[in-house]
Design a protein around this ligand. Structure first.
Ligand SMILES: [Cu+2]
Length: 360
C-alpha cells in the first residue's frame, strides 16, 4: 500500500477532522432530541389514541430509546437489568377488566339465548396503559360462548357503538343467512339496532371463534372478538385455558392483556391442561412452551387424525389449535410467541408472554 502525500489526505487535516467531529456531535444531538420528542409525544397520546404507535408497547420502547447504541439505547447495564426485573417481577400484574369469561344465558322454549352488547370502551392492556377499544359486554376478548353439540342457540347482538357492525361465527357451521357478512348475508346492524343470530350447534366439540365482520381491520383489532367453544360431554383434561392472540390497535396481547398483565396458566403437578390457542390478529404467532412438549390435538375445531408432539405451534390468523399438556415438571415455564419483537425489548418482556406455573 502506498501512503498518500501528507497534505492531500483530508482525514489528516485538523480542520477537516474538527468539522467532521462537529457534524457528528450535531447529528447525535438532533437524534437524541428527536427521540425525546417522540417519547414525549408517545406519552402524551398513549392514554388517548389507540392508533398511536405507543399502543404497540414494546415496538415503541425500541425506537424511543434510539438505535445507534444497539438495543441498549442510552441505558446502562444496571438500568437494563433493573427494567427487566421490574416488569418481570410485576407478573401477573393487576389491571382493570377481564376478557373471555363464560357468558351466561337464559332459556327460551328450549333455545339458549345469549346477549352481546357491542360498545366503545377504555381498556387497560397493561398496568396504566389504556386504549380506546371496542368490546362485547365491556371486555376484550368478548365473553366466551360455551355450548353443546345439539343445542339450539340465539345470540342477540345489540349495537351500542357509533358505527355499524355484524358478527361472523368463525369455523362454526351455520345457515348461510346467519354467516354475518354485510350485504352478502345481512344488512349491517346500525347503531342502536339489534340482530338475532339463531342456529343449531351441529359441529363436534372444539375451539371456534366469533368476531366482527364489518370494518374488521379496525373493529377486530380494537377488540370485537371472542371464543366460541363446543364443549365435550366428558372432558379428558383436568383444567382448560383459552389463549386468544391479537396484534392490532390494542397491541400484542393474550386475552386482551400485555405482559406483565397476562394471566398465568396454573396446574398442580400431574394435572393435564387443555390450552385453546386462537389468533384473530394479522400476523403469525409461533407459540413456544418452555420445558415441555405438548400434544396438538385439534386444529380449527376438528380433532386431528394424528395428534403430534411439539414445543412450538404456529398459530396463523384465523386458526385455532387445541394443545394438551401434562404438567409433570414443576416450576415456572415461560409460554410465549417466538417472534421476538412481539415479546421483548431493551426494557424487558411485554406483549405475548405468559407462563405455565406448575406447583410441586
Ligand atoms: Cu407473535
Amino acid at each position: 500500500m502506498s501512503a498518500a502525500p501528507p497534505n492531500v489526505n483530508p482525514e489528516r487535516d485538523p480542520v477537516f477532522r474538527a468539522l467532521v467531529a462537529l457534524i457528528a456531535i450535531g447529528m447525535v444531538a438532533a437524534f437524541v432530541f428527536a427521540g425525546l420528542t417522540n417519547r414525549n409525544k408517545a406519552a402524551a397520546t398513549s392514554t388517548t389514541s389507540p392508533s398511536a404507535s405507543s399502543s404497540m408497547g414494546g415496538m415503541d420502547m425500541g425506537s424511543s430509546t434510539g438505535s445507534t447504541g444497539g438495543s441498549m439505547g442510552t441505558m446502562t447495564a444496571d438500568q437494563m437489568a433493573a427494567a427487566h426485573k421490574k416488569s418481570t417481577l410485576a407478573f401477573p400484574a393487576k389491571t382493570a377488566g377481564l376478557g373471555g369469561q363464560p357468558l351466561s344465558y337464559t332459556m327460551d322454549h328450549g333455545v339458549k339465548v345469549f346477549d352481546l352488547r357491542a360498545e366503545d370502551v377504555r381498556w387497560e392492556v397493561s398496568p396504566g396503559q389504556f386504549v380506546d377499544a371496542m368490546a362485547y359486554n365491556g371486555a376484550v376478548p368478548g365473553p366466551q360462548i360455551r355450548v353443546n353439540q345439539g343445542d339450539s342457540i340465539r345470540v342477540v347482538l345489540h349495537n351500542e357503538m357509533k358505527q355499524p357492525t355484524v358478527i361472523h361465527w368463525h369455523g362454526v357451521t351455520v345457515p348461510n343467512a346467519m354467516d354475518g357478512v354485510p350485504y352478502i348475508t345481512q344488512d349491517p346492524v346500525m347503531p342502536g339496532e339489534s340482530f338475532a343470530y339463531a342456529f343449531p350447534i351441529v359441529d363436534p366439540p372444539g375451539t371456534y371463534m366469533y368476531h366482527s365482520h364489518f370494518n374488521s381491520t379496525d373493529q377486530v383489532a380494537s377488540g370485537l372478538y371472542g371464543s366460541f367453544v363446543i364443549v365435550p360431554k366428558h372432558a379428558t383434561w383436568d383444567k382448560e385455558y383459552t389463549e386468544f392472540l391479537n396484534d392490532g390497535t390494542i397491541g400484542y396481547t393474550i386475552n386482551g392483556k400485555s405482559f406483565p398483565a397476562t394471566e398465568p396458566l396454573t396446574a398442580k403437578l400431574g394435572q393435564s391442561l387443555l390450552i385453546r390457542m386462537e389468533n384473530v390478529g394479522q400476523f403469525l404467532h409461533p407459540f413456544h412452551l418452555h420445558g415441555y412438549h405438548f400434544t396438538v390435538m385439534a386444529q380449527d375445531g376438528a380433532p386431528l387424525q394424528h395428534p403430534y408432539s411439539a414445543d412450538t405451534v404456529v398459530v396463523a390468523p384465523g386458526e385455532t389449535y387445541d394443545l394438551l399438556v401434562h404438567a409433570v415438571y414443576p416450576g415456572v415455564w415461560a409460554f410465549h410467541c417466538h417472534i421476538l419483537p412481539h415479546v421483548e425489548g431493551p426494557q424487558g418482556m411485554f406483549g405475548m408472554v405468559t407462563a405455565l406455573i406448575v406447583a410441586k
